[in-house]
Design a protein around this ligand. Structure first.
Ligand code: SAM
Length: 265
């Protein structure tokens, strides 16, 4: 196990995977679920495509890509073996073994041949990567000519950090390597993709994060105490409160980037 894998194994414990799914829905380690995926893909024909999902987690979005959006096949890639095992179990349970395939990857170059995928996708995972330029270059390399790239991620505002944002982004259990939506677009452009479009989701996330905070301190609280103990339940409420505050401050801005590898590439 590499140092980064060890850090992830310590971070993405079974308890955290359960904690996140209780608030965000079964199969999801990021907010939004089916409606947010539909927004990421709006107007794009996913039907029949072979998709790569970088940072697939426990595979909830991969199931939706196949079942609701008609992807022919999804390869989920992740560095976390425990998450991949859960994703594989879900694929078996739903009879999707032929359409879903999960691969353990190391940070860095991806173990796929050039021009393998008809679409490259990532949901709220590139924020975890330290070398984002390399990640987008790799996504470009493994995308087939003409293939779309569809990415959602956590972005910061271009404004200086507020004190709350500084604490959250640098002093929590995990530090975030956070960029602005515009700098992600620049990585995508430098990698070679064209027809770039951006969708800042701060307005949606303000409401979502506020509602999540209300649910955690209200109807979900007793479940959290029963599953994770009083201290962890309180901590989860506090984290949700801070995220809602950062969203209100405009500091925390989920967003989507879409682009396309030129057909002649
Ligand atoms: C916030 S979770 C999102 C998971 C999933 N996309 C979802 O939305 O449910 C981020 C995921 O990225 C994975 N990850 C972090 N660094 C990675 C890397 N270098 N390559 C692949 N996956 C990585 C983590 O293990 C984790 O499963």
């Amino acid at each position: 196990m590499t140092a980064q894998e060890l850090q992830h194994a310590l971070y993405y414990t079974d308890a955290l995977l359960e904690n996140l799914q209780l608030r965000w829905g079964e199969g999801f380690l990021s907010p939004g679920g089916a409606p947010e995926l539909a927004r990421m893909l709006a107007g794009l024909d996913v039907g029949g495509r072979a998709v790569l999902d970088l940072g697939c987690g426990i595979g909830g979005y991969d199931v939706l890509l196949v079942e609701e959006h008609g992807a022919a096949h999804v390869t989920g890639a992740d560095i976390d073996a425990a998450s991949l095992a859960q994703a594989e179990a879900t694929a078996r349970r739903r009879g999707l073994q032929d359409s879903l395939d999960f691969r353990h990857v190391d940070p860095g170059p991806l173990p796929f041949a050039d021009a393998t995928f008809g679409m490259v996708f990532s949901k709220d995972s590139i924020v975890d990567l330290t070398d984002k330029a390399q990640a987008f270059a790799e996504l470009y390399r493994v995308a087939a000519p003409g293939a779309p790239i569809v990415v959602s991620d956590w972005f910061r505002s271009a404004e200086p950090f507020t004190p709350e944002m500084r604490d959250w982004a640098t002093e929590g259990d995990e530090t975030y390597e956070m960029d602005t939506l515009e700098s992600a677009a620049e990585y995508v452009r430098v990698a070679g993709f064209t027809d770039i479009s951006l969708d800042d989701r701060n307005a949606w996330f303000r409401d979502y994060a506020r509602d999540e905070y209300e649910r955690l301190k209200g109807p979900l609280f007793d479940t959290y105490v029963a599953r994770f103990g009083e201290a962890q339940a309180e901590q989860s409420v506090e984290n949700a409160r801070i995220r809602a505050l950062l969203a209100d401050q405009g500091q925390l801005r989920p967003g989507h980037v879409r682009a396309r590898k030129p057909a002649a590439a």
